[in-house]
Design a protein around this ligand. Sequence first.
Ligand code: UGA
Length: 433
Amino acid sequence: MKIAVAGAGYVGLVTAACLAELGNEVICVDIDEDKISSLNGGIIPIYEPGLEELAIRNKNRHRLAFSTDLRRAIKESDIVFICVGTPPKENGEADLSHVENVARTIAEVMDSYKVIVEKSTVPVETGDMVAKSIKAYNVHKADFDVVSNPEFLREGSAVSDFMHPDRIVIGSGSEKAVKIMQELYMPLNVPIIFTDIKSAEIIKHASNSFLAAKISFINAIANICELAGADVEKVAEGMGLDKRIGRHFLNAGIGYGGFCFPKDAEAFIRISEKLGYDFKLLKAVQETNFAQRKLFVRKIEKALWVVKGKAIGVLGLAFKPDTDDMRFAPSISIINDLQGEGAEIKAYDPKAMQKAKEVLKGVEYCSSPYDAAKDSDALVIVTEWNEFKEMDLKKIKSLMKHPLIVDGRNIYNPDLMKKEGFTYISIGRKDVV
Ligand code: UGA
């Protein structure tokens, strides 16, 4: 099939490359000329395992092209995916101006039947608005259908998530559009849920909010474990073996970050409010999440007693491993708070340092975890990269001024840390002192 993907951001690029890999002819479009010329030169602007290889392979086979010409891409396609950004406005609502722009361009250009697929995370009822807007500006009076097909990709495993999803959601009121979408996703051979547009939109909000709630729930349990002298890792294991609960997203830590959960939960709270429902539960999920970062800083302060003038090595800056994404990363507020107390920060991240330099100033960026540990009064684990799990702890200890590790991701076994002679403070477990 011939496909146009509007938006060469994280979702658009992954969608375009994967749909090309499935044998379709895809044009991925963005208004950012520099980005498109980099992509045409084989440079992928984000770090996402497997994406570069996939994009280059399909580009060389002429199944994937990058362009700034949205009008041509729409004209030449059977399906148009809307994958443009929906950044938060100041009040937490999603800004839909990019989505509306694409909808209007589609309306002005299309002169034959198109399936318009809403893939960006958007508030419920956006599908209806897209359809209304296209109808209003439909210059050639061409036939079209709008489909909601939310993405469930995780950064760091997006390509594999696209190729092996748990489910595909297709929300549409048109049999014709459903058939086309079904054919498109046939090669993936996974369960497809067919529904109306609004339910599809709510499936996306509800899924992200539920996962966020799981994380805040286990973080609240971690705090209770600390007070009671229990071990949250064991508690999560014991809960997670119940199939109704499941072990995924029960990792206690410093709370969720990234461009999805914090913004999507906020947007869902606003959407619910507009619809007339006060979503208190989700508000508490967000509050618990942000309090968790503050509690982590309190732990560091308590362990150091006086923070002013102390050198703190920070391991991990990205909001999670296997990505260079710094958007809404917990590391930002944690480092800002510690700098506010007068700490000197030495930081290391395997992939995110370039992006971190744009948002975190006054930080000494290091070449390795050992470099960050050197002469530090404390080492703080913020992102659970495998590289940190495999560090030579004896070497780390010998390099530090004082062998103190405050671990926001519970990557080490407390018994091992005791044996290695560290003061080790983690989340929801007894301190090793
Ligand atoms: C999330 C969802 O998992 C995807 O399904 C969805 O498509 C995506 O948002 C989106 O809406 O675009 P992502 O933000 O890439 O994906 O990352 P996750 O792996 O879900 O992690 C989110 C945050 O939760 C991270 O900060 C992570 O460290 C944290 N987390 C995750 C925990 O603190 N504990 C856990 O047990 C799991």
